[in-house]
Design a protein. Structure first.
Length: 533
């Protein structure tokens, strides 16, 4: 099995990149320096040659030698001595016809000067030239030799070979190259330290590992259902996932905003201060029951931030409510069975006492009442689960001595596909139970259920002739945990109704009178609405 080929490490990339960059820069620098040095050396040597040529041409011994029968006898040893003392590559002296009187090579004395650059000197000018002579290409300082009358009697040429200039430039480049080598060593060391520092900042992870973790983190944060928000040590938001935005109804970019802008009364500052986690803290936010966990982010024993995770307790409440509804169905059916058992006992007693006519009247009355209710439930309402719910509520109402009436104008053919049965059952069940509680205890307690799906909306209405709702409490009855009763664990039924209605994009209307009772109307659109961001 072939092992997976890992990408080059960050340390190697940084060191390798810096070595290549440094080498390239040093190479360019040396190339430019070599050209510049060569030009400077050439200019320097040219100036030296010109100055030396001027000095030689003005020497009395040189001028007087031209009056001798054989000037070379005087000039040759003199010029060799000057050349050795000044370091000049060559010094050549010739007459105005260009015949050499002095030359570094004794055998070339008496031969014509080479290079063809004597014209200006013969005109009495001093200058610098470059020409190819008997000793090769060179840079020369040239000038005239004049007698006491100012007449040009000869030419002096002092030069430095071009190859010598190149060697000098290369030698200086080598010196700079030696210095550059130490610069390269320093650069490599600095690169290594930089790489170590970066690895320390990334917890020893390579760039591809950081990228992979970042992508995985985003995928996890997007897929997880719990809301997650992280803050720095000062309480500024550094990260929020989509679930948190949905739960908190946040649409704008809130990164770098204070946490209290979306979570008022947050306890995250206490976590930042103490460094202790806060587990399963429950709070109500935007009419939602939310459970929050807060955990500090600790680095080197210092709190540098905190992460808050939270989930909507409403879903858990819905599940509990569904189970509660099942339990209620069971209790309602058991109450119905109990009520009919009592009536059967009465019938049995009447028959045993010979009260046949009264027994028949009782049977006819019960049959007539059940016939009307059953006709509405089974013929006008075509949803089996709603039928079962209403039958259970009939038994429960009978046990509570409440007259539960199914309106004869009810009409329900079926629920749209996007309607959730659990939501509809929660709405009807909780409204009816709440109406039973309002009507219970009254001598003529009455609750009426009405549902119709003619038109664009499914309309559900529940009426009770209870004591009504005071005006100052009417707006609070759908709040989570609010109840006019003093018992614990109350105030969730109507809150669940509101959440179920909102999930189906419906509306709620409440009409209440302290003398006539209360009517709660629910309007649920049968067509699914399309939302455009």
């Amino acid at each position: 099995m072939n092992a997976k080929k890992l990408p080059m490490s960050l340390e190697k990339k940084i060191i390798g990149s810096n070595i290549v960059n440094t080498v390239v820069i040093i190479f360019i620098f040396l190339a430019i320096s070599l050209v510049v040095e060569y030009k400077q050396i050439e200019k320097q040597k040219g100036s030296q040659a010109l100055q030396l040529a001027k000095a030689v041409s003005s020497m009395p011994s040189v001028v007087s030698s031209f009056d001798k029968e054989d000037p070379s006898q005087i000039l040759q040893p003199l010029i060799n001595q000057i050349r050795k003392e000044t370091g000049a590559e060559f010094i050549v002296i010739g007459d105005k016809e260009g015949v050499r009187y002095a030359h570094p090579d004794q055998e070339k004395v008496g031969l014509p000067m080479v290079g063809g650059d004597n014209a200006q000197a013969l005109k009495g000018q001093f200058y610098i030239s470059k020409a190819e002579g008997s000793l090769g290409k060179s840079v020369r300082g040239k000038g005239p030799i004049t007698n006491a009358d100012g007449q040009v009697i000869g030419v002096v040429s002092v030069g430095y070979s071009m190859s010598g200039l190149t060697n000098d430039a290369i030698q200086r480049a080598k010196e700079m190259g030696f210095i550059s080598f130490f610069v390269l060593i320093i650069g490599v060391a600095a690169s290594y330290l930089l790489a170590r520092n970066i690895r320390s900042s990334t917890l020893g992870l390579e760039p591809h590992e950081v990228t992979s973790l970042y992508l995985e983190r985003n995928a996890i944060l997007y897929s997880i259902k719990e809301g997650i928000i992280s803050v720095d040590k000062d309480g500024y938001i550094t990260m929020i996932n989509q679930s948190a935005k949905n739960l908190l109804d946040v649409k704008d970019d809130i990164i770098h905003e204070k946490i209290e802008t979306i979570l008022p009364n947050t306890g995250v500052y206490n976590v930042l201060k103490t460094g202790k986690a806060d587990r399963d803290h429950e709070m109500t936010l935007r009419n939602k029951s939310i459970i929050i966990n807060r955990t500090p982010i600790i680095e080197k024993d210092q709190v540098i931030g905190a992460v808050s995770t939270f989930r909507d307790k409403t879903e858990v409440n819905k599940m509990v409510e569904t189970l509660s509804e099942v339990r209620k169905y069971s209790e309602d059916l058991r109450a119905q069975t109990h009520e009919f058992s009592n009536k059967l006992y009465v019938l049995s007693g009447l028959l045993q006492l010979g009260k046949y006519e009264e027994a028949v009247q009782m049977i006819q009355a019960e049959s007539s009442a059940l016939e009307v209710q059953n006709q509405i439930i089974f013929e006008q309402i075509q949803e089996p689960k709603i039928q079962a719910l209403l039958l259970g509520k009939l038994g429960k109402a009978s046990e509570k001595k409440i007259h539960f009436k199914i309106d004869e104008n009810c009409s329900l053919d079926g629920l749209p596909q996007h309607f959730s049965y659990s939501n509809i059952i929660s709405i009807i069940g909780n409204l009816v139970d709440n109406a039973f509680e309002a009507a219970e205890g009254k001598k003529d307690g009455e609750v009426t259920f009405f549902a119709i799906d003619v038109g664009d909306d499914l309309v559900i209405e529940v009426y009770d002739n209870g004591h009504g709702i005071p005006e100052h409490e009417a707006e609070k009855i759908f709040d989570t945990g609010y109840s006019t009763k003093t018992d614990e664990n109350r105030g969730f039924g109507l809150s669940i109704v509101k959440q179920a209605v909102e999930s189906l994009n419906g509306t709620i209307e409440v009409q209440s009178n302290l003398s006539d009772g209360t009517v709660v109307s629910i309007y649920l659109p049968k067509k699914q609405q399309a939302f455009i961001d």
